[in-house]
Design a binder for this molecule. Structure first.
Ligand code: SAH
Length: 212
């Protein structure tokens, strides 16, 4: 069920859907997704779908993870990358294999704790974790070469734009429940340019923290 063949089939799907970066494809191939899921769902880990991880949240669809990652990997520096919405840590793992340092923020404490455990299992050590409202970013650790947001706000949080380095990129779904626009925003000095990459469906970005 988590056989090499099933995993190769997923890689084929990512390529068919237009993922071209070999660097991203290699990391998607080498990262086990089943360890991020509870046992009852592990047999579905290599399907190209989002799946529940508890607390009303989901593990992102592999294609979307690859698409968002490709959008920042192919457009510039990857020294300092911020992720908003750690969830179970799957996207974090992909980023940690491609960036020098990853900073990740999650508002639901038990999810952050289990992500920490999963990523330790994968021996990924270039990650710093924060339990907080990620819409505020992480000013002390910035500016960031890239920011990925895996939950959707209605509008782009100003703090995230401010914490982008010169030539930094922000990949973020914008909109209400249902369908959102996945945007790639690039900063050049004090100018920001914007491109729509895809239509997507993420959980909403919620404000404040949850302790239990
Ligand atoms: N990156 C995950 C996707 C998790 S789903 C993956 O690779 O599968 C999105 C996550 O964003 C949820 O865990 C949710 O709790 C979190 N989230 C929502 N609003 C947030 C906020 N304001 N700050 C931090 N995390 C937030």
């Amino acid at each position: 069920m988590t056989s090499q063949r099933t995993r190769e089939r997923l890689l084929g799907r990512l390529m068919e859907q237009g993922i071209k970066s070999m660097e991203v494809l290699d990391v998607m191939r080498s990262t086990p997704r089943h360890i991020f899921l509870e046992e009852a769902l592990a047999h579905r880990a290599y399907e190209d779908v989002a799946l529940p991880i508890g607390h009303n949240q989901t593990i992102s669809q592999p294609y979307i993870v690859a698409r968002m990652t490709e959008a920042i990997v192919t457009t510039g520096c990857m020294d300092r990358v911020l992720e908003i919405g750690t969830g179970c840590g799957y996207q974090t793992a992909i980023l940690a294999l491609l960036a020098k340092s990853v900073y990740t923020i999650e508002r639901i404490k038990p999810l952050l704790d289990s992500a920490r455990k999963n990523l330790k299992l994968l021996k990924l050590r270039n990650i710093e974790y924060k339990h907080d409202d990620g819409a505020l970013g992480w000013a002390e650790k910035g500016p960031f070469d890239a920011i990925i947001t895996t939950a959707a706000p209605q509008t782009v949080p100003r703090e995230l734009l401010e914490q982008l380095a010169d030539r930094g990129r922000l990949v973020i779904p914008i909109g209400g429940e249902g369908h959102q626009e996945l945007r790639l925003i690039t900063r050049t000095g004090s100018e920001y340019t914007e491109e729509v990459l895809d239509l997507v469906r993420f959980v909403p970005l919620l404000r404040g923290q949850v302790k239990h």
